[in-house]
Design a binder for this molecule. Structure first.
Ligand SMILES: Cc1cc2nc3c(=O)[nH]c(=O)nc-3n(C[C@H](O)[C@H](O)[C@H](O)COP(=O)(O)OP(=O)(O)OC[C@H]3O[C@@H](n4cnc5c(N)ncnc54)[C@H](O)[C@@H]3O)c2cc1C
Length: 397
C-alpha cells in the first residue's frame, strides 16, 4: 500500500484548501466546528456555493454533474472538507442520487438529479418504522395500487430532518403475501401531499432533528416508484451501502482531538495541568492510537477498491470503530470540562446568544453534541448488526 499522494493530488489538495478558506462562510464553519446543528437555510447557502464551484456531488458520474475526481481525490476532499469544518452532504446527494442514477428511469433522472444539485429539493429517508429498524424487511407501511396511484398508509419513525424536507424516499409494502424482502417498493413522496403528518421527536440533546411521519391515504403517482414494483429491497440495500461508505469520519475525529486538547489546555486538577495528568494522557493516547489504526484500515480499504478488489466487511468495521471513537472523544471532552461540561442551554445554541453562556465559550453546546452522538452507534445500521454482518462474512455463521 503506497500512502504517498502524487504531486497532482497534492496540488488538488492545495486547491481545495484555498477554496475552503475563501468560500466556506465563517458562521457556518464556526457552528460545525463546535458540533452545533447547521440550519436548513445555512446548509442550502453552503451547498449553492459548492454547486457554483461544480463540487456539489463528488460521488456522482460526471454526466450527471459529478466532479470526475479519482477515488484518491474523493478521499482527500472528504478529509479537507472535514478538517475545514464544512457541513456534510445531505441525503439527496449521498443516498438518493446514486440510487436514481443506478435504477431511476430517464424522466426521474432528468427531473430530480438537477434539483438535488441545485438544492431545490431537500430529501429525508423514510425507512425505519416501529418494529422495523434493524429488521427493516419487517416494515408494514402499505401501498395499494389504485389506477395510476398508490394509496399509502402507515408510519415511519426516526425520520431525520423530515420537518425540513419537501420530499421523502420511502420503503413501502406492495405485496403483503410475498416473503418480507420480496414485497417492498421504493417510492418518492412529496411531503406536501394531503395525508402526511409530521410529529417531532425531541432528542436527548433537547434538539429537534428526529420525527415520526404518519401517512394516511397518501396518494402517490405510480410514476414516482423507482425501479420495479416489489423489487425495492434491492434498491434499498444499494442505498444503505452508500450510507455506510466513508463512515469512519477519521478527519472529523482528528478535528475533535485538536478541539479536545485546546478546550482543556487551561484546566488543572489541583495544581496539575489536566493535559499532564496520567489518567487523561492514558485515555487520550488510547483514543489517538485507535484513531490512527482506523485511518490505516480506511486507507487499506481504499487501496483495495483502487485495485478493483472486492469489498469485504470493511464498511462495517469502519462504522463500528469510527462511531465508537467519536463517542469516546466526546465523552472525554465532556468529562474533562468537569462542571462546565454538565449544563447545556439548548435555547442558546445560536452563536449570537453566547452572552447566555455558562462557563467558558468553548464548551458551548458540548453536552448536547455528546448526547446527540450517542446515536452514532445506532443509525446507519446499529453496531451489533454490523458485528453480525462481519461474523457472517468472515466466519460464515
Ligand atoms: C440519530 C438517528 C437518526 C436516524 N435517522 C433515520 C432516518 O433519517 N431515516 C430512517 O429511516 N431511520 C433513521 N434512524 C433509525 C435507525 O436506522 C434505526 O434506529 C436503527 O436501524 C436501529 O433500529 P431500531 O431503532 O428499530 O432498534 P432495534 O432494531 O429495535 O434494536 C434495538 C437494539 O437491539 C439490537 N439488535 C436488534 N436485532 C439484533 C440482532 N439480530 N442481533 C444483535 N442485536 C440486535 C440493536 O443493535 C439495538 O441495540 C435514525 C436513528 C437515529 C438514532
Amino acid at each position: 500500500m503506497n500512502l504517498a499522494f502524487s504531486s497532482k493530488d497534492l496540488l488538488f489538495q492545495q486547491e481545495l484548501q484555498a477554496f475552503l478558506a475563501e468560500s466556506l462562510p465563517d458562521d457556518i464553519r464556526e457552528r460545525c466546528a463546535r458540533g452545533l446543528i447547521v440550519g436548513n437555510e445555512d446548509l442550502i447557502r453552503w451547498q449553492r456555493i459548492l454547486y457554483d464551484r461544480g463540487w456539489m456531488a463528488p460521488n456522482w458520474p460526471v454526466e450527471y454533474g459529478g466532479t470526475g475526481w479519482t477515488l484518491t481525490q474523493k478521499y482527500i476532499a472528504a478529509r479537507e472538507f472535514a478538517a475545514a469544518c464544512a457541513p456534510l452532504p445531505t441525503f439527496g446527494i449521498t443516498m438518493l442520487g446514486p440510487v436514481l442514477i443506478a435504477f431511476g428511469n430517464a424522466e426521474q433522472k432528468a427531473f430530480y438529479l438537477p434539483r438535488i444539485l441545485k438544492s431545490e429539493d431537500v430529501w429525508c429517508q423514510g425507512y425505519s418504522e416501529p418494529g422495523a429498524g434493524s429488521d427493516l424487511a419487517n416494515l408494514k407501511t402499505r401501498a395499494v395500487r389504485e389506477a395510476d396511484d398508490y394509496l399509502v398508509n402507515g408510519q415511519k419513525i426516526w425520520t431525520s430532518y423530515a420537518h425540513w424536507a419537501n420530499r421523502m424516499f420511502c420503503l413501502v409494502r406492495t405485496d403483503a403475501a410475498a416473503k418480507p424482502q420480496k414485497g417492498i417498493s421504493f417510492l418518492l413522496i412529496d411531503m406536501d401531499t394531503p395525508g402526511i403528518e409530521i410529529k417531532p421527536i425531541i432528542g436527548l440533546d433537547m434538539g429537534h432533528t428526529l420525527n415520526e411521519v404518519f401517512l394516511s391515504d397518501v396518494r402517490v403517482p405510480v410514476k414516482n416508484r423507482v425501479g420495479e414494483e416489489n423489487k425495492g429491497w434491492t434498491y434499498a440495500k444499494y442505498l444503505l451501502q452508500k450510507e455506510r461508505s466513508f463512515v469512519a469520519r477519521v478527519a472529523q475525529s482528528r478535528h475533535l482531538v485538536q478541539r479536545l486538547k485546546s478546550s482543556v489546555s487551561e484546566k488543572k486538577v489541583g495544581a496539575v495541568p489536566l493535559l499532564g495528568s496520567a489518567e487523561f494522557r492514558r485515555r487520550m493516547a488510547r483514543l489517538e492510537i485507535d484513531l490512527q489504526a482506523l485511518e490505516y484500515t480506511e486507507l487499506r480499504y481504499l487501496s483495495k477498491e483502487l485495485q478493483g478488489e472486492p469489498v469485504g466487511p470493511e464498511p462495517s468495521i469502519l462504522k463500528i470503530r469510527g462511531s465508537e471513537i467519536q463517542q469516546g472523544l466526546k465523552q472525554l471532552l465532556v468529562e474533562s470540562l468537569g462542571m462546565y461540561g454538565v449544563p447545556y442551554e439548548n435555547d442558546s445554541m445560536k452563536l449570537s446568544d453566547s452572552y447566555m453562556e455558562v462557563g467558558p465559550d468553548h464548551r458551548h453546546g458540548i453536552l448536547a453534541e455528546h448526547l446527540y452522538g450517542r446515536g452514532a452507534t445506532i443509525f446507519g445500521g446499529s453496531n451489533e448488526i454490523q458485528r453480525n454482518i462481519i461474523s457472517r462474512m468472515l466466519l460464515g455463521t
